[in-house]
Design a protein around this ligand. Structure first.
Ligand code: FES
Ligand SMILES: [Fe+2]
Length: 443
C-alpha cells in the first residue's frame, strides 16, 4: 500500500473530488434532529451539507450555500423556522424552496427552481441519516449490502446516542480509521486486555502472546469487517464470533474473566456494554453457573432477564447471525460500526483543513432504549477536543490515539515506502483502497 495514499495532498484532493462526492456517508443520527426545523451540518473536506428535519416524517439535505453569492448558510447544529442567509438575508423554506429574495424585482427574473437550495440525497437506515452528493447514486440500501441484512437482528433503530466525542488527530483520516479496522494491534497496543489486572499495561510477555486474540477479516463488494474469534491458538475461522466467549487471562475463575471483560468495556471505553450488562456481570461474579452452561452463556442469560424486567426488548441474535456480524465493520468510506447486544459503537473519520495529515475522529456510543421511550425526544450535543488527552476517553482509546501520530511520523521517513499488511487480519484496510480506487480512477 503506497504511503502516498496517506501523505500526499494530491491524493486527498482525489478522494474529496471523486470519492466523498459520490459515496453514501453517515451525516448524523435521526435523534439528532428531534423537531421540525432542527438541522445538523455535515462537513467533509471543503464541502458543507445541511441535514434538516423538514417535517415529522421527512429529513432532507442541502448544499450549505446561498444561491445569491454563495455564503454558507448555517454552522454546527440548531433549530430554525426557515433557513436565512447571514449576508443579505435571503430565506428558504425547510423544503429548500425559496421564500424571500430581498428586492427581487432588481434581479434578472429567475425561476423559483433556480433559486431553491441545491439538493443532496438523504436516506435513512437503522436510525442513521446518510447523505450522498451524487444525484445518480444507487439507493442507500443497495449501497449498504450486506450490512443492512446482517445488522437487522441488532435493531439499532431502537438505539440512541449515549455520548459522542470528536478529537482532532495529527494523521491522515484513514490512519485514524485503520486503527479501529483490525484487532491485530490488540496484543501490541492493549496488553492489559490479557490480564485480570487491567491497570497493568506493561508490554505483553512472550508467554502472554500465546493467548493473543485472533481476528480475521472478510471483505465484501464494498464494505469489510473483522471478527474477533478468541485466542489464535485455538480459534477456527469456521467457529465464528461467539458473544458468550470473552477473553480473560486463561487461568482465573471463568466468571471473573467474563465479568471483568464486560465491566472494563463499560467503565473504560463507555460503550459496547452498558449499565445493565455491567450489573449482570456483577451478579455473575457470585452466581452459581448452572450445569452445562459456560460463564459467558450464563452472563447473557442474566443480562437478558435484567433487560426484559426493566422494559427493554431483547432482540434474539442467533449464533449464525453473530458469526456474520463479527466485531467491527467499515461502512465505506469513513465510518465504522461495532455491533453489540444492547450497545454499539459508531466511529467516523474526516479530513480537516484540507490537510492530508490532519483529521477529526469521532466516537459515538449508542444504547438500546426501553420500549416505552421509543417516541421520546432527547437532547444530545457532541463534544469536541483539539487534543485527545483532554477528552477523557479512557485507557483503550488513548492507547489507540497515541499510535496515530507515530504512524504518521514514521510514514514520512524516507526509509518507509508503504504498508505491509497481514493477509488474514488486515484486509479491511486493503479493501478500503481497493474500493476507493473504483471511485477515484473513474469519471
Ligand atoms: S450571499 Fe446570501 S443573501 Fe447574499
Ligand atoms: Fe485498539
Amino acid at each position: 500500500m503506497p504511503k502516498t495514499r496517506f501523505l500526499d495532498q494530491e491524493f486527498l484532493d482525489l478522494e474529496l473530488g471523486k470519492m466523498f462526492t459520490r459515496t453514501w456517508q453517515i451525516a448524523c443520527r435521526v435523534e439528532e434532529l428531534p423537531s421540525v426545523g432542527c438541522f445538523v451540518e455535515y462537513e467533509i473536506g471543503r464541502y458543507s451539507i445541511l441535514v434538516v428535519r423538514e417535517s415529522k416524517d421527512s429529513i432532507r439535505a442541502y448544499h450549505n450555500a446561498c444561491r445569491h453569492r454563495g455564503t454558507r448558510l448555517a454552522r454546527g447544529r440548531g433549530r430554525v423556522g426557515s433557513l436565512i442567509c447571514p449576508f443579505h438575508g435571503w430565506r428558504w423554506n425547510l423544503d429548500g424552496s425559496i421564500k424571500l429574495v430581498l428586492d427581487r424585482e432588481e434581479f434578472v427574473p429567475r425561476s423559483d427552481d433556480d433559486l431553491g437550495l441545491g439538493k443532496v440525497r438523504a436516506e435513512q437506515w437503522a436510525g442513521f441519516v446518510f447523505i450522498n452528493m451524487d444525484p445518480e447514486a444507487k439507493p442507500l440500501l443497495e449501497y449498504l449490502d450486506p450490512i443492512a441484512r446482517i445488522f437487522e437482528p441488532f435493531q439499532i433503530e431502537n438505539f440512541r446516542i449515549r455520548w459522542g466525542k470528536g478529537v482532532v488527530m495529527e494523521c491522515n483520516w484513514k490512519t485514524a480509521l485503520d486503527a479501529f479496522l483490525e484487532a491485530y494491534h490488540v496484543a501490541g497496543t492493549h496488553p492489559q486486555l490479557f490480564r485480570l489486572d487491567r491497570t497493568n499495561d506493561k508490554i505483553a510477555s512472550l508467554r502472554e502472546l500465546d493467548i493473543r486474540p485472533w481476528a480475521p477479516t472478510t471483505v465484501y463488494e464494498r464494505h469489510a469487517h473483522y471478527s474477533a474469534l478468541g485466542p489464535k491458538s485455538s480459534a477456527s475461522k469456521d467457529a465464528g464470533k461467539d458473544p458468550s466467549k470473552r477473553s480473560g487471562d486463561g487461568k482465573s475463575d471463568e466468571r471473573l474473566s467474563v465479568a471483568n471483560a464486560v465491566q472494563y468495556l463499560h467503565e473504560d471505553m463507555g460503550g459496547l456494554e452498558n449499565e445493565r450488562s455491567w450489573r449482570a456481570a456483577e451478579a455473575l461474579k457470585t452466581s452459581e453457573v448452572p450445569e452445562g452452561m459456560s460463564a459467558g452463556q450464563y452472563f447473557l442469560q442474566l443480562y437478558r432477564e435484567l433487560s426484559i424486567a426493566e422494559g427493554y426488548d431483547w432482540p434474539v441474535i442467533t449464533p449464525e447471525q453473530w458469526t456474520e456480524a463479527g466485531s467491527a465493520w467499515n461502512v465505506f468510506p469513513n465510518s465504522i460500526i461495532l455491533p453489540g447486544q444492547g450497545s454499539v459503537f459508531w466511529y467516523r473519520s474526516r479530513p480537516v483543513d484540507n490537510d492530508p495529515n490532519k483529521c477529526l475522529f469521532e466516537v459515538f456510543s449508542l444504547d438500546q432504549i426501553p420500549v416505552a421511550d421509543y417516541d421520546k425526544k432527547r437532547e444530545f450535543t457532541p463534544e469536541y477536543f483539539d487534543d485527545y488527552r483532554d477528552a477523557d476517553m479512557g485507557q483503550v482509546f488513548n492507547q489507540d490515539f497515541a499510535n496515530m501520530k507515530e504512524v504518521t511520523v514514521g510514514m514520512h521517513s524516507p526509509s518507509f515506502d508503504g504498508h505491509r499488511l497481514s493477509e488474514e487480519q488486515e484486509m479491511t484496510i486493503w479493501n478500503h483502497h481497493r474500493v476507493a480506487d473504483r471511485y477515484i480512477w473513474t469519471d
